[in-house]
Design a protein around this ligand. Sequence first.
Ligand code: GTP
Length: 313
Amino acid sequence: MTTSKDPGDPSYRAMLTQVTVDKLADMIIWLDEHGRYVFVNPATTRLLGYSADELSRMHVWDVDPHFDEARWRAHWAEVVARKSFRLETVNRSRAGVDIPIEVTVNLVEHEGRRFNCSIVRDITERKRFEAELRALNDRIYRLSVTDALTGLANRRHFDIQLDAESRRQLQWARPLSLVLADVDAFKAFNDAHGHVEGDDALQRVAGALQAAVSVPGATVARYGGEEFACILPGTPHGQAMAVAEQARQAVQALGIAHAQSAVAPHVTASLGVLTVQGAQPRSPDELLRLADRALYRAKREGRNRVVGECVGA
Ligand SMILES: Nc1nc2c(ncn2[C@@H]2O[C@H](COP(=O)(O)OP(=O)(O)OP(=O)(O)O)[C@@H](O)[C@H]2O)c(=O)[nH]1
């Protein structure tokens, strides 16, 4: 006997429909209005590890840890109202494995009864890929804002933060302080100890500065070479001077021997502090120029010291 292959033949169509349901990699799940399993295809029993018979005695909340009876009732109302939509949830297999799934919900009316007929896809791979992508994006972002040698914020991030903070200073009429710190006689240190030890010293200085700056929301950055910069939002001049003095002492306390320095027998830093307040707008470039002027004075007045300037008071 030859089987009809006429696409218009109802028995041929029924056979293809059956094969589709049996062979589909996606799950087909019919639930009634009480959240009971009415029908599942083989992909469902394969993935969840329950037989069709077992599932026929279960509710959706026996398998979906995000559902309970109350949530099901709200969900059913949404199914009735929207007729078809997509959602993501989790199904817990018999072995206790949580499988992330994407559910395409369809309201089906059949012989006077309404059902939630869902096409359910295992999205484990997609979720893993999304998590990897998120982690990669986080890593790329961290790299893009971090100085590779010291782990502090880099110059680019510092510039962005300074721009934002100088706007906030005007908007909220609160003070903003900047601290520039420059390691003293560092050329001589490099010349005497070599670049590798120089790098190591910069890393330790960076750590000391970071630890000394305890202002909430502060940005501590490597501004370039052996120069560091801190943004201290909402910090009045007296407090910024105290923070800078702590930072100076912290660098000194590292005790990194520097026999070639005319300042001290160990590595030291000079610091310039600028505080702006008041309503006069100043560009980030101008703020940096003023902070650099204070730093220059600290160098000129003998190094290993803090010099400050307050404008707009
Ligand atoms: N090891 C190391 N050295 C660096 C790095 N960046 C800049 N330098 C060195 O830092 C030194 C800075 O020297 P100068 O600008 O002449 O200043 P200084 O010798 O510290 O003198 P003063 O700042 O005037 O006290 C140079 O020798 C640079 O090569 C770095 O990433 N690693």
